[in-house]
Design a protein around this ligand. Structure first.
Ligand code: CDP
Length: 227
């Protein structure tokens, strides 16, 4: 069986898409693109420019003007990649609680999505790419060679997010994280444009109770044996 050109991994907040996606890309020697980081960078730009998250017109203009680039890690501080916004390193800043809170509002604006999706498709043209997000298998790359929908219960996802933050020395109560995850799930699933959902041809991987390496093996298994 020929190697897939494009692998789409979608799923809700904190399901482990970024961790698993990066490991899959590393294992296969593919490019890894975390599309959530692009929406986060636009949400940060909106915050800096004091644009209201409900101002679709200004957000759309911003998404076309802002230069967001995601490339190989430029520092060894635990990052999987470096995110630049208009040339400055915002890799950690886009992970703040403020951005967690505003990103889904920014990402539901159709004009913002159009600008991001165009960039994502251009990157996928080269092939050998693992792209992770919410709408990759449904909208960005509907013809992706492999589609995975990675998921876990909200409680498990909040627990993982708590652990992930703790490794960076940040402590946020699990209840608060759970609340934020449920809010984001709702905004992402109920929006009109490109809502979060599994593509009909995606392999659903439930990761409750699985260690990262077990979830990784399941995903690699689904990639190797698509049916
Ligand atoms: O890392 P986490 O799962 O918390 O979220 P993320 O993947 O960084 O995505 C942040 C937000 O960006 C999501 O909650 C969505 O609102 C939005 N997003 C999207 O709309 N479409 C994508 N392809 C990726 C992210």
């Amino acid at each position: 069986m020929a190697l897939p050109r494009t692998i789409a991994i979608d799923g809700p907040a904190g399901a482990g898409k970024s961790t698993i996606g990066a490991l899959v890309a590393e294992r296969l020697g593919y490019l890894f693109l975390d599309t959530g980081a692009m929406y986060r960078a636009i949400a940060l730009a909106a915050q800096r420019w004091e644009i209201d998250p409900d101002d679709a017109e200004r957000l759309t203009a911003l998404a076309h003007e802002a230069r967001v680039t995601i490339g190989p890690a430029t520092k060894r501080d635990g990052r999987a990649y470096t995110v630049l916004l208009d040339g400055s390193d915002v890799t950690w800043e886009i992970r703040s609680a403020d951005i967690d809170h505003s990103v889904s509002q920014v990402a539901r604006v159709p004009g913002v999505r159009d600008a991001m999706v165009a960039q994502q498709r251009a990157l996928a043209q080269r092939g050998r790419v693992v792209m992770v997000g919410r709408d990759i298998g449904t909208v960005v790359l509907p013809n992706a060679d492999r589609k995975i929908f990675l998921t876990a219960s909200a409680g498990e996802r909040a627990r993982r997010r708590e652990e992930e933050l703790a490794t960076r020395g940040e402590h946020r109560p699990r209840q608060e994280l759970l609340h934020e995850i449920l809010r984001r799930d709702q905004l992402d699933s109920e929006r009109v444009t490109s809502p979060l959902k599994a593509a009909p041809d995606a392999v659903v991987v439930q990761t409750d109770g699985l260690e990262v390496r077990d979830a990784l093996e399941r995903v690699l298994g689904a990639i190797a044996r698509p049916d």
